[in-house]
Design a protein. Structure first.
Lengths: 243, 223
């Protein structure tokens, strides 16, 4: 498939896929999809399809990596070979390892690991279909899966990206905007405490644009948090047979 | 702010009465927040009852363990927790010499045991002494359910568990780690009781459960 660089990304406030500049892609959240996992979440953000599974707390092997004071969080982000147009070779590559590391660092501060010395909480995230913003979609799925597993946390982590195309800041980049745009800034925050736990940038932004971008991203994260919250509440109601 | 019986997710603001913070909550800057995903219980303490979660041992808990290994003078016991527990030979009622361990407790044996020590790194020690309930299980069956559903299995003032015991003519011992020992005179009774226990687990959070279980037992477990 040939990808021609679009001439115009934003015309009259409308983007290539019809969205406004501060509009998120549709989000779908399913909870408890994997029966064998302690917690799980299937999530779609735009055309991204993500499967997150949480196992733990459980005994940590190898023993020398145990922390006697608190639990350890492990995060494995992986893209399935069929998730992208050009088959991705199976197995961790440098990018996956980087995404895994920054994602783990985004979740570590919220998980109350003091309750589980010597144990590990394993988070596995598989990207089944990729369409820009997989690391942010993955974090959203992982947060919900962690809640589903009953892991104690200070709050949920919500994540989205802000980018720049045609000198305009846009929320939640799609593939063309990500590949051919001027900047891409994924961000993750904990809406209940207001703290940012992931912040990366690729591209160029002025200081003013950066400030505006943070504001736009925070607003996006809060919207995502509402949707994560609604999904969890609905799932609990189904179990309790209410309403 | 949330009220009793509402669903809470981690980070939800529950109250500003810091002295009433209970299980499943944390306090930050003078306010009480949920730290678990579950149902809010607003009694004298505000707490969040988690829908899922692993069994974490506490001193004094009576649990049903399964012997999985043994080393020098102690057995390794699986207690359905992220943490494995240890039963030292000195905590066994008989006097045991080295090399005789297998005569008293073998790998695969199920025991009713008590947690006597939990150290800060979560090393767990068990005992079989000093409590007549503690023993090796030699008959009946052990069923494992999610430990968060145990309160429902017991019921208010024991209503559910007493009904099960009576209708099935079985003894039912509920351990705190989600394992339930069912024993009785004949296999059909034990089987019916076990199926009722599993049904309670599946439908734990629905209303009218006690009546539905009564009907289930009346019909001999046919549905």
């Amino acid at each position: 498939m040939t990808n021609d660089v679009p001439d115009v990304f934003v015309k009259d406030g409308v983007r290539l896929d019809g969205r406004k500049i501060d509009e998120l892609r549709p989000l779908k959240i399913e909870i408890g999809t994997l029966k064998r996992a302690d917690g799980s979440c299937y999530l779609e953000m735009g055309n991204n399809k993500i499967m997150a599974a949480v196992y733990g707390p459980r005994e940590m092997h190898p023993r020398h990596r145990q922390d006697p004071m608190r639990g350890v969080v492990r995060y494995r982000y992986n893209m399935a070979p069929f998730s992208v147009d050009d088959r991705k070779r199976p197995g961790p590559d440098r990018r996956s390892i980087e995404v895994s590391k920054v994602s783990r660092q985004a979740l570590d501060p919220v998980i109350i690991t003091e309750y589980y010395p010597r144990a590990v909480i394993d988070v596995f995230v598989e990207v089944l279909q990729a369409d820009a913003g997989t690391r942010t979609a993955s974090l959203n799925a992982a947060s919900v899966a962690l809640a589903d597993a009953g892991i104690p946390m200070k709050g949920l982590v919500s994540s989205c990206a802000v980018g720049k195309v045609d000198d305009t800041l846009v929320l939640d980049l799609m593939k063309e905007e990500d590949n051919y745009g001027q900047a891409d800034m994924p961000i993750a925050m904990v809406p209940s405490t207001g703290k940012i736990t992931l912040l990366q940038m690729d591209g160029h932004m002025t200081r003013e644009e950066f400030k505006d971008a943070i504001g736009m991203a925070i607003s996006g994260c809060k919207q995502i948090h509402e949707m994560q919250r609604n999904a969890l509440v609905e799932a609990a109601k189904e179990v309790t047979g209410d309403e | 702010m949330k009220t009793d019986k509402d669903v809470a997710i981690p980070g939800d603001l529950l109250s500003d009465q810091v002295d009433r913070a209970g299980d499943g909550t944390y306090v930050y800057e003078g306010k009480v927040y949920a730290q678990r995903y579950g149902i809010i219980s607003d009694r004298d303490k505000i707490s969040v009852i988690s829908l899922r979660g692993k069994y974490i041992p506490a001193v004094g808990d009576i649990v049903i363990g399964k012997v999985v290994d043994f080393g020098f003078f102690s057995w390794n016991v699986d207690i359905n927790s992220p943490y494995e527990a240890f039963l030292h030979v000195s905590e066994h009622p008989s006097r045991i010499e080295l090399g005789e361990m297998q005569k008293h407790l073998r790998v695969g044996d199920l025991i009713i045991t008590k947690v006597i020590k939990v150290d800060p790194t979560m090393k767990i020690d068990l005992t079989l002494n000093e409590d007549s309930r503690l023993n090796v299980i030699r008959d009946g069956r052990v069923v494992e359910i999610t430990n968060t559903k145990l309160p429902r299995l017991i019921g208010r003032n024991g209503s559910m568990i007493n009904m099960l015991k009576k209708e099935c003519h079985c003894g039912i011992f509920v351990a705190q780690n989600g394992r339930v020992w069912v024993y009785g005179k004949n296999d059909e009774d034990i089987d019916l009781a076990c199926r009722a226990v599993m049904k309670v687990e599946e439908e734990a959070h629905t209303s009218g459960l006690t009546d539905r279980i009564a009907v289930f037992l009346d019909e001999g477990g046919n549905q």
